[in-house]
Design a protein. Structure first.
Length: 135
């Protein structure tokens, strides 16, 4: 990185948000699957119905978001590709779960908000690339 370039405040906001949400997500999965946290029957049924493909795509989404955040913080244009891949996988997984009837209705607003946040990150990262703030 050129030492003279400064990170816009939104890069800091996105990086901190993704760091905290990634840590919370990892902790939540650990807590649920280790049995440390009681899970409502509807949520337990949801987790039970997940397939290895669901878990694999979730891992890809998680990895793309972490790599995207790190790349964005380092002012690298590849962050856009990571965020686009995450958005595509997330949208595909949401559609797959909706069509297969495994979507928990209470989780739909959160999933929609998540998709919108990733879309906003994609648009902002594309803007930064266009303005050559990230290279």
């Amino acid at each position: 990185m050129d030492g003279k370039r400064k990170r816009p405040i939104w890069i800091w906001v996105i990086t901190v948000y993704l760091a905290l949400s990634s840590a919370f997500t990892a902790f939540s999965f650990f807590a649920v699957f280790s049995g440390k946290v009681p899970v409502a029957p509807a949520r337990q049924a949801y987790f039970t119905a997940l397939t290895p493909l669901d878990y694999a795509v979730t891992a890809v989404i998680f990895t793309c978001m972490v790599c995207g955040a790190a790349s964005l913080f380092l002012l690298r244009k590849i962050a856009l590709k990571f965020f686009l891949a995450s958005l595509a996988c997330n949208a595909g997984l949401t559609l797959w779960q909706s069509l297969s009837g495994r979507m928990v209705p209470a989780g739909m607003p959160g999933m929609a908000l998540g998709l919108l946040l990733v879309l906003a990150m994609v648009l902002y990262t594309a803007y930064l690339a266009k303005k050559q703030i990230i290279a």
